[in-house]
Design a protein around this ligand. Sequence first.
Ligand SMILES: C[S@@+](CC[C@H](N)C(=O)[O-])C[C@H]1O[C@@H](n2cnc3c(N)ncnc32)[C@H](O)[C@@H]1O
Length: 249
Amino acid sequence: MADKVTKTLLHSIELQQYILDTSAYPREHQFLKELKEATMEKYGRLRELNVPSDEGLFLSMLLKLTGAKRTLEIGVFTGYSLLTTALAIPPDGQIIAIDTDKEAYEVGLPVIKKAGVEHKIKFVHSDAIPVLDNLVAEKENEQGEGFDFVFVDADKTAYASYHERMMDLLKVGGLVVYDNTLWYSTVRMEEDEAREYMRSNEMMGDDLDGFIAGRASIVGFNKLLASDPRVEISQVSIADGVTLCRRVL
Ligand SMILES: C[S@@+](CC[C@H](N)C(=O)[O-])C[C@H]1O[C@@H](n2cnc3c(N)ncnc32)[C@H](O)[C@@H]1O
């Protein structure tokens, strides 16, 4: 068993390291490695906000298998999942990428430019909800098409609100992928136990209350998805938990 808190579901750091060393790092795109290095240089341990390399490969596979062209990302940070998406979709593919933190996006931007995929990205510096509401209004006015693929990795307390908007914005048959749906494995714990479990995590800083609020939201969100007839779901035990939802209605 791991002796410290780890974000991965596999509570054996050695096994997680095996997956990364054996199959993820050898296949990780050179530009994604560079983006991770730029993130590390600027943010140190906070680089863990980037999706891990094995999850990046998983997202890339999903994007290619679904042939996604019109995509949306909520929660960019320095752009690991964004660059993964930009590299996976076709040359005329598009990504609307929303984040309240433009400074972080600008840390990864030089690598995105170097990779020659910046033209696929429209970065929107904003809280996600008003942008999603505008997109819903545009779609209702027949000015916008539905999205093929959405990756959600922002404010966990807003996941249920994002999901309602996804049910308007996704094409029927389109896929929305929610990150962190196992929330450092604390979804199975009582609140006190989760608080104690996370107290030692350096990434928490002084935001343990924010973490606990996020946990409660994710617990509720997982139940909500399980009973939502508008989507087919699959919760995948990779990284910090990833739930795939295919819109069926
Ligand atoms: C975990 S990071 C995203 C990591 C990113 N997917 C990657 O692979 O590098 C979460 C991001 O969500 C953004 N965020 C948090 N709340 C938000 C909101 N209400 N609207 C838009 N972005 C938000 C944060 O600024 C942060 O950059």
